[in-house]
Design a protein around this ligand. Structure first.
Ligand code: XMP
Length: 512
């Protein structure tokens, strides 16, 4: 495996993903991980990520410098390279250079790291500091116009560095450089393949759970469905699945989910709990977004917990709580940033405190695209695998202001039409997410010679790779026209449809 140490980079995930794409397992850990921890993982190589800080700044992220002496190959990228330079006695100039974007790399010597690169290559830079000098045993391999040391290596000490970002698509030969490092330098084996993972995961689940049973909350989304299917494959009737309908799901979704788990997947124990009246009652009169989220989160746990307690009493062998947590979820919750402000409290099922259940998270090491591949391997239908993400609080955060029965009806119908048209025009799979939101204002219109005074529906469709940033989708006018026409004509209570053209940031994908 290849270990990635994270120094606060936007791209740390990308590095691990690129390595996995090469067929080698990779994990990310915070930069201050102990030598003992590293020893346990036995990595074939270590990659130091970039980061926003400057190596001489007080409190800038650092690592145990003994990592460089373990004899494990180390590749520093951007900040990682600067940190290596600082540790080995080189000179780093802070803020001397601001190089952002595409640059030309001049390769003076290929060495091991740049094997297969031409004399001039396009690369992508994003840094403010630069390394000006390195000790003599370090060989400078490449430079740019303004950066004298853009790549180096020291084969005897097995230390390597690239000032540019090898992990981004804008460095076309980046994959070649990673291959050189991972295979030629680290001698890692190509044995990470999602197909082989499926068997391994099933085996691990059986071993961990033993004779006990697992209970799990499912949402109908990709992660929890794949996790439940995997658990089912391993445990069969020893899996108990619970779906809590909070009444804020999309039109037709309840039937779809029931059908899927009961008929298609043939789960023996699938419990569909219609708790919509409890949720909607508690949400009456609530307009503040965070308050809505909190109510839904707490109520969800209450309802789920009471079902679990009931089942636990009947089936004493329930000892585990299954969860669909995936790798990025873990990384994000393991490293809450001191500096990041809270934008929204995301609602997901967490372990109810009263229960003495152990957690089992079969997907905890996988990225979303790997989960999707695994889902295909498990023969989960495409309509589930390629489903857009849907937030835990559901339509509650897409009806701005108070949630009423009428608003809920309007939104469900409008959203249904939007998605139906999107699929018809072949744009569903081209967008990351698409949905309708109800704005709690009324505008004047005219219909059949009469004045109308009705709600506004806002359509939101975005493209994104990870929901961290997003752009509004450039949908064809014809499609937008068709959606608008249908909503106005078919949904009672709406007389205006608008299209949201806000990027994230500064907007967020959801409205609340
Ligand atoms: P925002 O609105 O923060 O959304 O740009 C980013 C992504 O997260 C989804 N989202 C949630 N998912 N529980 C979830 O499981 C939540 O409470 C929640 N809130 C937002 C959102 O749909 C988008 O994909």
């Amino acid at each position: 495996m290849i270990l990635v140490l994270n120094f606060g980079a936007q791209y740390a995930h990308l590095i691990a993903r690129r390595v996995r794409e090469l067929g080698v397992y990779s994990e990310i850990l915070p930069c201050d991980v102990s030598l003992k921890e590293i020893g346990k993982l036995k990595p074939d190589g270590i990659i130091l990520s970039g980061g926003p800080a400057s190596v001489y700044e007080p409190n800038s992220p650092t690592m145990d410098r003994k990592i460089l002496g373990l004899g494990i190959p180390v590749l520093g990228i951007c900040y990682g390279l600067q940190l290596i330079a600082k540790f080995v006695g080189g000179e780093v100039l802070a803020g001397k250079l601001k190089e952002f974007g595409s640059r030309e790399l001049i390769v003076k010597k290929n060495g091991k790291l740049l094997k297969g690169l031409s004399r001039k290559e396009q690369i992508w830079m994003s840094h403010g500091d630069l390394v000006e000098m390195l000790p003599k045993d370090f060989e400078v391999l490449a430079s740019t116009d303004s950066c004298p040391i853009a790549a180096f290596e020291n084969n005897a000490r097995r230390i390597y560095g690239a000032q540019f970002h090898v992990e981004v698509a804008h460095t076309p030969k980046g994959t070649q450089i990673l291959k050189n490092f991972v295979f030629d330098i680290c001698k890692a084996k190509k044995d990470w393949q999602i197909e082989s993972i499926s068997k391994k995961l099933v085996k691990e689940i059986k071993k961990e759970v033993g004779k006990s049973s697992v209970i799990m909350g499912v949402s109908g989304g990709v992660d929890s469905t794949v996790a439940a299917t995997l658990l089912h494959k391993a445990l069969g009737s020893k899996l108990y699945c619970v779906f809590v309908d909070h009444g804020l799901i999309r039109k037709g979704e309840a039937e779809e989910v029931k059908n899927f788990f009961e008929r298609k997947l043939n789960f023996k124990h699938f419990y569909f709990i219609d708790a919509s009246h409890i949720f909607l009652e508690k949400l009456k009169g609530i307009t503040e977004p965070e308050e809505k989220r909190k109510i839904i989160g707490h109520t969800f746990i209450e309802v789920f917990e009471s079902k679990v307690l009931e089942l636990e009493k009947k089936h004493k062998d329930i000892k585990f709580l299954g969860q669909g947590t995936i790798y990025p979820d873990r990384i994000e919750s393991a490293q809450p940033s001191k500096y990041a402000s809270k934008i929204k409290s995301h609602h997901n099922v967490t372990l109810p405190e009263k229960m003495a259940l152990k957690i089992i998270e079969p997907l905890k090491e996988l990225y979303k695209d790997e989960v999707r591949k695994l889902g295909k391997e498990l023969k989960i239908p495409d309509e589930i695998i390629s489903r857009h993400p849907f937030p835990g609080p559901g339509l509650a955060i897409r009806i701005l202001g108070e949630i009423t029965d009428e608003r809920l009806r309007i939104l469900k119908e409008a959203d249904y039409i939007f998605i139906e048209e999107l699929r018809k025009f072949g744009y569903y799979d081209k967008t990351w997410q698409a949905f309708a939101a109800l704005l709690p204002v009324k505008t004047v219109g005219v219909m059949g010679d009469a004045r109308t005074y009705e709600y506004v529906i806002s359509l939101r469709a975005v493209t994104s790779v990870d929901a961290m940033t997003a752009d509004w989708a450039k949908l064809p006018n014809e499609l937008l026209g068709s959606i608008s026409n249908r909503i106005i004509n078919e949904v009672r209570g709406v007389n205006r449809v608008v299209y949201d053209i806000t990027q994230k940031p500064p907007g967020t994908i959801e409205y609340e």
